[in-house]
Design a protein around this ligand. Sequence first.
Ligand code: BG6
Length: 507
Amino acid sequence: MKIPENHALVIFGASGDLTKRKLIPAVYDLKKQGYLPEGFYILGVSRSKISDEEFRTKMTDSIKEFANGDADYEDIKRFSESLHYLAIDTSDENDYAKVKEKLLQLDIERGVSGNYIYYLSTPPSLYGVIPKSLAAHKLNDETGGWKRIIIEKPFGYDLDSAIELKHQIEPYFNEDQIYRIDHFLGKETVQNVMVSRFSNGIFEPLWNRNYIQHVEITSAESIGIENRGGYYDKSGALRDMVQNHLLQLTGLIAMEAPASFDATAIRNEIHKVFKSLRAIKKEDVRKNVIRGQYTASHIKGESVSGYREENEVDENSKTETYVALKFFIDNWRWGGVPFYIRTGKRLPSRVTEAVIKFKPTPHPLFNMSDESKFGNQLVIRIQPDEGILLKFGMKTPGSGFNVQNVNMNFHYSDLSDAYIPAAYERLIHDCMIGDSTLYARGDAVEEAWKFVDPILKAWEDDPSIKVYGYPAGTWGPNIADDLIEGENLTWRYPCKNLSNDGIYCEL
Ligand code: BG6
């Protein structure tokens, strides 16, 4: 990590939850690590009429609660002096004159010369308005310093709206200036997928259709939708998790080695994977995509509401809180290998991992245990208990030649002295230094929508496609097990603990 040039971070939506929980704590962590330039400052912009002092007090509290490393009172106080606030009507273009004036004043005070990052942490309805309004006051003009814009998901609601949004932003900011944030790409363990694949000689030769039976990605959450009913009911698991985070992860697992380690080369490879995704035809959606919704239940003796009873959720809602799908990547490396993605709220455990399931040996020489019969698995654990697990067969000690599966584990926590930056910390820093490698590129986002769109359309057009209920605290609809090809094969049912797997372990 290096220290960026002097600049300002302008956060639109500064009174929102994301600013409080993620953005300000992440920037404070950068400060603590020594990765902020001398005159750096933040200008929070939002509708709420609060003073600089009130903003600082709120943000100080949130740093204490959410910062990654230890928060030191004096240190936070010093940092908070770089926080400023401006109340405007963000939907009114004229009000951006105030933003300009404030930035010019702060630039002089802090010795910054027109380098700005604009962070859009607002409702998506403003994603078109803000760039246009900034441009109306020449705040996109790079003659006096660079200008970058970070856009939070959702980047569009479907393919058409994503394209429309692109057209709204493009006249004012070019692709090099746009940073579409996908916080999954900021996770150390997600980046490590690339490093594990391309820094080791042993994985790559096996990483293809000849040796891999299938690839499985699970992102389970034990929480429900919390207070986000209004947003979630219009989104659902497919838009919220699959279109972005889980397809990006698929991209890293499936990509070819880039020609070099730079943003263009890496993002070209991810784009190629997305272009090779085989669209799921409308008539196959019923069979290849299972959607579910959690229903009221008891978890560890406590009663838990069903999705339709949550705040701001329609009582007849068909929005999916769970989705599992089977799909293919039609290219030379992956032809014929099924990929499975599964994600849901109110599942038994919070765990995200990818499983590379290798083909079994061609001929069983030994007496194999049930598990070892199915072949080796490489489990890449994204969170929690971050690490890598390899499952392979070993001789059970004693007479005969019986085979049992054993685990070889690596836990990130064993690297006790390594500081693991939070995802937002890493990504914001990357934008500060102008590195877009871990940001989603426009063409890839569009391809991801092209893949997801027919599924959304099929659900919309055909109400007979079921939304399966599943009791909160269970692994989703049982029918999702049928997606997995192969006799007796099912999903891996992971626990919070990397190698302590098994269907009942976290219930
Ligand atoms: C967000 C989704 O993008 O990712 C949330 O909107 C989800 O619904 C979250 O809970 C999961 O992120 P993480 O980092 O907690 O796995």
